[in-house]
Design a protein around this ligand. Structure first.
Ligand SMILES: *[C@@H]1O[C@H](CO)[C@@H](O)[C@H](O)[C@H]1NC(C)=O
Ligand SMILES: *[C@@H]1O[C@H](CO)[C@@H](O)[C@H](O)[C@H]1NC(C)=O
Ligand SMILES: *[C@@H]1O[C@H](CO)[C@@H](O)[C@H](O)[C@H]1NC(C)=O
Length: 172
């Protein structure tokens, strides 16, 4: 398998730790529609991780993100071309194995690589317009969780920048 990516274009779930408060936030790319085209933004969710008191994970860090409907688990075959499409509904997409490559038909200067696992989180919100192209070039199945936002309510967030999250990635 040859994956022609650079680290700078990897779209990785990140956990940004604010040094002044030690508060940790989720950072992940979002696909949104602007002027009938899909564009990429880097989002930081407004709701931080908090220490959990839930039995079984007491003391662990938990970010509560959204209410969701029709949670689904998808198995995409190796070397699959998803073609050009819009997001069917505003949803969380988490790739947890394999690779996905997202490109934009009107702008070949940017794209996203989702590596299955911690770096596999994204928000697909481009329900209108020309959409995006997703391919799955690896030799393995790509496993995806999709979790549509209930009533289309997207979590509060800050746009850190236009484009992929790039150098803002931090892992803890
Ligand atoms: C952040 O956490 C580190 C490690 O637990 C600690 O040493 C530091 O004092 C904390 N900083 C603040 C501002 O709470
Ligand atoms: C978006 O597409 C619709 C339908 O093709 C068109 O009517 C509208 O003018 C377009 N808007 C922009 C901002 O290009
Ligand atoms: C989910 O729905 C419940 C019940 O309406 C609400 O109390 C809660 O704040 C919602 N959670 C989020 C993260 O929006």
């Amino acid at each position: 398998m040859h994956i022609p990516f650079s680290i700078a274009t990897l779209s990785l779930l990140s956990l940004v730790n604010s040094q002044s408060t030690n508060t940790t936030y989720l950072v992940a790319p979002a696909l949104i529609t602007r002027n009938n085209h899909t564009v990429i933004q880097c989002w930081k969710l407004a709701s931080p991780f908090k220490g959990s008191a839930t039995p079984g994970i007491s003391g662990a860090q938990v970010a509560t993100i959204s209410n969701n409907t029709n949670f689904a688990y998808t198995i995409v075959p190796p070397r699959f071309d998803g073609g050009l499409h819009t997001a069917p509904v505003p949803q969380i997409v988490h790739f947890f194995s394999g690779f996905a490559h997202v490109t934009l038909p009107h702008d070949d200067s940017v794209g996203l690589w989702f590596v299955g696992g911690k770096g596999g989180l994204g928000f697909a919100l481009d329900t209108t317009g020309t959409g995006h192209i997703t391919t799955y070039p690896s030799d393995q199945e790509t496993l995806i969780i999709t979790a549509p936002f209930a009533d289309g309510i997207v979590p509060e967030h800050e746009v850190l920048n236009e484009g992929p999250c790039g150098g803002k990635q931090t892992f803890i």
